[in-house]
Design a protein. Sequence first.
Length: 142
Amino acid sequence: MKKIEWLPQFETGVEEIDTDHRYLFEILQEIYEAIEKSAYDLCATLANKFIEKLSEHFRTEEAFLDRIGYSDVEGHREHHTSVMTRARQLEQACKNNEPAKVAECYAVGVAIMLDEVVRGDSGFKSYLDHHGFSRPMRSAVR
């Protein structure tokens, strides 16, 4: 099991969205650390926190995309619905106190975030850049 790290390449250039993404990554890191300490009960609590924040984030992101007139907001909503279905798998895996199941909890969380940030949000990233809704990535700012 490998710990996931936030990378500047994950940024969309929209502070509110990026702040949510970084926070979700932090929760995954807390899950990783709980697994390392065999604190499996904590994993279930953190998984619930992750799912609640993910759902809240999706509502925020969709409202933002509506506000700016993003043409494929419905497609992005469908993507979010699919991701939330997978998040329920994470919830079930994290309720189990078996080490292999709890490790699966973390792996599903990582897959969800990579799917959301890398695949899902890349669809609107170029729109944001083209229409001036994004700011430069932190790594590009001196």
